[in-house]
Every structure is written in structure tokens, then in C-alpha cells.
Design a protein around this ligand. Structure first.
Ligand code: GDP
Ligand code: MG
Length: 420
């Protein structure tokens, strides 16, 4: 069934977003699914080798412009007896890009059958023609689009013997190809003069028979080509989809594992801190740290000062242990939005713990009670998630999710193309 242009365009967009290298195949599919009904025949070959005239003779009318100089700059199209004939510009090394583009369009995007045209009087194929022929052959193997080798202007060659030499030479250059020698001039003379022998000798009727056979095979070839292109694209999309699913899974696993390692590590550190704090927290009698100093004690070392120093040191050690854990897990600073102009305060430790701890009760509350530990775990996890590597990973995951959505969309778009 033919597909609406607009529908195809939307599908192509989705597919191309995932498989940009398939632009050419999609354009061809566009021809196959939206345009093509009549078999399309085009010519391909160098300037002045008689392409336009050959098409005129095959159709039996002078539709396409024939010239001794460079002609046929645009793609000319004519429908004749249910066949779409396309006259393409010539291919030459010194030809501008525009002509090459149009010849490419005709041969690769439009045509079901290509007539590879080479004038007998030019002798052997040149390197560019040989390359082109190889490409056409390879494409025929893949897509089943036929290339027919037409040796034109055979009347221009001195005699049969010379023609034999030329055909032998070309056959050895392109052994897989069958040559179809023709003369448009003889054909025209035969038609106009009603000369049957000349007509036969022109090679055009024989070529028409070959073409009829090729045209009969076009519907099958098109089905094959459509299935082939869709199949290849489908596979590429599935590959892309699988790859992004795997990537996303790996990223999520990493994300989870890192979080788990961070939390587990912090628990272990807090357990150790708690044990280390025990000697400081356990005391008998009165808590000297709570006994205030007075002016009299200003330059004296009191029990209260000693105790408070012990608590400070214990607290510092706890902080060092936690800071070590944070750095190990990439929590090296405050997120940008939270930074102040006072660099020494710009740390996660200060943000979570405050500036200092003086009393045993504070140490107990912060490090030993469940609520305190839970709060530490939650606060540090918060900064862990805001650290550079973690936010980068989170961004990567979002990117992968977007890519996966794109791949899913492309797969279902292609599915539509396959089943509408
Ligand atoms: N003698 C002779 N001249 C031909 C034949 N076919 C084409 N020509 C001439 O070759 C020139 C180029 O032909 P054209 O079809 O325009 O070549 P194109 O550039 O490949 O399309 C024109 O002058 C044609 O009349 C042929 O079979 N015999
Ligand atoms: Mg031409």
C-alpha cells in the first residue's frame, strides 16, 4: 500500500534520529513506499555517449533533448506505456556537483532498472566507468535492481572487426556483464524507412525484449528491496535499542552500588567513631567539662579546660574519620549554589556538623543516639548526591533515558512503516 508523504516524513524523522547513516536508504524507501508504481528506467554514463537519444528510440518519440554538447542538466521524466523513463545528466570527472547529484538521484533513488551507457567509439571503459559498474553490480546483488550494459553508437565504429575488438576489450574489463550493442541512428533510419533489417541490426528491438523481461521482475525486486532495507534498518535500530538499554542498566547499577557503598561505608565509620568516643564519654563523678572557668582561671590549666580539650580532640578525630570517608566517595566540596565567600566555611563538614562541639552531651547526641546517626546519614547522603561525579552520573542516566525513548520511538515508527 502507498503511504502518505506526511506519514513517511514523520517516520523517517524518528528513525534518522537513531540511525542517521540510513538517510539514503530511507529516501529510497520513500520512493518505494510513497511514489513508485510504474517501473522506472534510467540511463547512467558519460556525456555524449547517446543516453538521451537511446531513451527516445526505446520510447519511440523524441521526448528528451539530444545534443552534441553537455545537455540534460536536470532530471527529465516521461511516462510512456506504463514505464517511467528518466533521463539523467552525464557523469564526468569535471562535472559540477549539481549534475552528479541529479544523476545519483536518478540511478540510486529512483530507478528500478539502469541502462549503463557506453559509446563503442570510445573503446575501453575508463577507471571511473569501471568503478561505477562495480558499484552497480554490487547493488544489484543486494537489491536486485538490474543494470543493463548498453554499448551505444555502434554505427560509429569502422567495421565489425573493430567492433569485435572493442566488445572483447570491454568484456574482459567487465566479465559479468552482457553487452547489448545498439545504434540509435540505424534504428531511426529503420523506423523511418520501414527497413526491417536495419531495425533488427540496430539492436534496439533486442534491447526492448531484455527490458521487458527486467520490467516484469520489478515488482518482485521491489518487494525484495523493501524487505531488505526495512530489515537492515530494523536490525540497526534494535542494536541501538539494546545497547542503550544495557548502558542504562549499567549506569543504574553503578548508581545504586555507589550509594550503597557510601551508606555502608558511613555506617562503618560512624560505628568506629562511636567506639573511639567511648573513653571520652564514659566518666565517673562530675563532668569537669561542664564546670565553667572564671577570670581567676584565665591562665591556668583547669580540669574543665583539659576535659573540654579532650572532647574537642575526640570530636576532631571523628570529623577527620568522616571527612576521609567523604573524600573517598567524591564528596570534596559544597555544591556551587551553596558556597559562601568564606572559604573555610565552604565545606560539607561545616554544613552538616556546625562549627564546633564542646560538650559530651553534644557528642552523644550527634554520634551515639539513633536519631543523630540517622540525621548524619541523611545529611551526608544529601551532599553525596550533590557531588560532581554523582550529578554527572545522574545526568548521564537522564541522557540514556532520552536515548532509550528515542530508540523505542524509532522502533515503533519503523514498525508502522513495515505494517501499514
Ligand atoms: N552516429 C550516432 N550518433 C549518436 C547515436 N546516439 C547518439 N548519437 C549522437 O551523439 C550525441 C550525443 O547524444 P545524446 O543522446 O545527447 O548523449 P547524452 O549526453 O549521453 O545524452 C548526439 O549528437 C547524438 O545525435 C548513435 O547511435 N549513432
Ligand atoms: Mg543527454
Amino acid at each position: 500500500m502507498k503511504l502518505a508523504e506526511e506519514t513517511f516524513k514523520l517516520i523517517a524523522q524518528d528513525v534518522l534520529a537513531v540511525a542517521p547513516a540510513r538517510a539514503h536508504d530511507l529516501t529510497r524507501l520513500h520512493t518505494l513506499r510513497c511514489r513508485a508504481d510504474k517501473p522506472t528506467v534510467t540511463v547512467i554514463g558519460k556525456y555524449n555517449h547517446g543516453k538521451s537519444r537511446l531513451l527516445n528510440e526505446l520510447m519511440g518519440s523524441d521526448v528528451f533533448s539530444v545534443a552534441d554538447r553537455r545537455e540534460t542538466v536536470s532530471l527529465a521524466e516521461h511516462v510512456h506505456q506504463d514505464v517511467r523513463w528518466l533521463d539523467a545528466p552525464g557523469l564526468d570527472a569535471d562535472v559540477g556537483m549539481a549534475d552528479d547529484g541529479r544523476a545519483h538521484e536518478a540511478a540510486w533513488l529512483q530507478a528500478d532498472i539502469r541502462l549503463f551507457v557506453h559509446a563503442a567509439k570510445e573503446g575501453e571503459l575508463d577507471a571511473a566507468e569501471r568503478r561505477l559498474l562495480q558499484t552497480l553490480r554490487a547493488d544489484e546483488e543486494r537489491t536486485r535492481r538490474k543494470t543493463v550494459f548498453v554499448l551505444t553508437q555502434v554505427d560509429q565504429v569502422a567495421d565489425e572487426q573493430h567492433l569485435g575488438k572493442v566488445t572483447d576489450a570491454i568484456r574482459s574489463q567487465a566479465p559479468q556483464m552482457t553487452l547489448h550493442p545498439v545504434s540509435s541512428t540505424r534504428h531511426r533510419q529503420g523506423v523511418e524507412g520501414g527497413k526491417k533489417l536495419l531495425l533488427e541490426k540496430s539492436g534496439i528491438p533486442a534491447l526492448q525484449t531484455v527490458l521487458r523481461g527486467a520490467m516484469a521482475a520489478v515488482p518482485d525486486a521491489r518487494r525484495h528491496e523493501t524487505d531488505l532495507l526495512l530489515g537492515e534498518i530494523r536490525q540497526e535500530l534494535k542494536h541501538a535499542q539494546t545497547a542503550v538499554i544495557r548502558q542504562l542498566q549499567a549506569q543504574r547499577d553503578t548508581q545504586q552500588q555507589q550509594r550503597h557503598d557510601f551508606e555502608q561505608g558511613l555506617f562503618d565509620v560512624l560505628d568506629k567513631v562511636q567506639i573511639d568516643l567511648q573513653p571520652v564519654l564514659e566518666f565517673t563523678g562530675i563532668d569537669q567539662s561542664l564546670v565553667p572557668d572564671t577570670a581567676v582561671h584565665e591562665f591556668k590549666l583547669t580540669e574543665g579546660k583539659k576535659e573540654r580539650a579532650r572532647i574537642q580532640i575526640a570530636y576532631s578525630r571523628a570529623c577527620i574519620a568522616i571527612r576521609g570517608h567523604l573524600v573517598k566517595h567524591g564528596v570534596v566540596g559544597l555544591p556551587l549554589a551553596q558556597q559562601t565567600s568564606v572559604r573555610s566555611l565552604d565545606t560539607v563538614m561545616v554544613a552538616v556538623m556546625g562549627v564546633s562541639v564542646k560538650y559530651r552531651d553534644d557528642l552523644r547526641r550527634i554520634f551515639c543516639e539513633q536519631a543523630g546517626r540517622d540525621k548524619l546519614a541523611a545529611d551526608f547522603a544529601h551532599y553525596f548526591e550533590l557531588s560532581e561525579d554523582r550529578t554527572a552520573l545522574a545526568t548521564q542516566i537522564v541522557d540514556s533515558e532520552v536515548a532509550l525513548a528515542g530508540a523505542d520511538k524509532a522502533v515503533s515508527a519503523l514498525h508502522t512503516l513495515e505494517h501499514v
